[in-house]
Design a protein around this ligand. Structure first.
Ligand code: ZN
Ligand code: ZN
Length: 341
């Protein structure tokens, strides 16, 4: 038997004893070493899942795990026991056009680790071999777990926006996603201004390398953006907050022909297409996770730029401390919170 964490809703956190899963053909059994909590897990915590609808909440949580392969199923060829891996969260059919592209999370029949398929907040998990992301020798399990949905998502968003040394980028929302975005954008050479109403988060972003940190609720913020960009406005923006005011401020702060990515989950928002998009010819994209083929570039960027993602892991917990972990994360008392086994 093994310990596993379930979030059935109403802020209940249940640690249950369940059978250790057995890898079937094409699958591997992973001994989990690190598994991160993510803002999207709180949708399960509150019983209003952002992925999987009614089906979510019945399986083991955790969609950002890393560990060591303990056992391989029949027909597994690319991995062996002892290999260190992180896990790609989308479990696809493997045969459709989106799976063939490496976007398993766009597969029409996909299952999401930790939402509709058993995830990594447990001592072991089983995933298809093709979901294993090989991690470099120099990378810790905690860093590897953060390299997936947190850093990987923001790295991919930056790439989609063509962030480079010529970019002046704004990032709204400085939870683990936004903080990862600072690290990714600085590695790609951009000037970065960050926005969050929480002062400690702004200080933390400056320590991570942000060039300027502003309180978006301050009346001075627009003039500070103007000063930072010589009056031109930002060339690109990423919203990680999912907050309607922040999404609108991102659109308003970008110069003509600029680009904006919405990354923070939100169900509904109101924008002004003529003024914010059409007249400025803004490119607005949604960006979600990353293509599995991007992962080698993601790990290379981390190693080449000596980015230590462990800095984002402000809080570490055992599985037994799960109730405390989710409570502190929910209260925004932590940056990345990680279960370490
Ligand atoms: Zn996540
Ligand atoms: Zn598919």
């Amino acid at each position: 038997m093994m310990k596993a964490i379930f979030l059935p809703g109403d802020k209940r956190v249940e640690i249950r004893a369940v059978a250790v899963p057995i890898p079937g053909p094409g699958e591997v059994l992973i001994a989990v070493k690190a598994s991160c909590i993510c803002r999207s897990d709180l949708s399960l915590y509150y019983g209003n899942a952002v992925v999987g609808g009614e089906a979510a909440g019945r399986c083991i949580t955790g969609h950002e795990p890393a560990g060591v392969i303990a056992e391989i199923g029949a027909g597994v060829t690319a991995f062996k026991a002892g290999d260190r891996v992180a896990v790609y969260l989308g479990i696809g059919c493997g045969a459709c056009e989106f799976c063939r592209m490496g976007n398993f999370h766009l597969c029409p029949t996909w299952q999401c680790l930790g939402f509709t398929a058993d995830g990594g907040n447990a001592e072991y998990l089983v995933v298809p071999e093709r979901n294993c992301l090989r991690i470099p020798d120099g990378m810790s399990f905690v860093a590897a777990a953060i390299s997936t949905d947190a850093f990987g998502t923001l790295y991919s968003a930056c790439k989609k926006l063509n962030v480079s040394g010529a970019t002046t980028l704004g990032i709204w929302g400085l939870g683990p996603m936004g903080s990862s975005g600072v690290l990714a954008a600085k590695a790609l050479g951009a000037r970065v201004v960050v926005f969050d109403p929480i002062e400690e988060r702004r200080h933390f972003a400056l320590k991570l390398g942000a060039d300027l940190a502003l309180d978006p609720t301050s009346a001075d913020a627009p003039s500070e953006i103007a000063a930072f960009t010589q009056g031109a406005g930002l060339s690109a923006a990423i919203d990680c907050s999912g907050n309607a005011a922040a999404q609108n401020m991102a659109l308003d702060s970008v110069r003509p022909l600029g680009s904006v990515a919405f990354v923070g989950e939100s169900r509904e928002t109101t924008i002004r297409p003529s003024g914010q998009l059409i007249r400025k010819q803004i490119r607005l994209i949604g960006s979600w996770y990353f293509n599995i083929a991007e992962y080698p570039e993601i790990t290379r960027a981390l190693l080449d730029h000596k980015i230590d993602l462990e800095r984002l892991a402000t809080h570490r917990f055992t599985l037994d401390e799960a109730a405390t972990a989710f409570r502190l994360f929910d209260e925004r008392k932590t940056e990345k919170a990680v279960f370490v086994l």
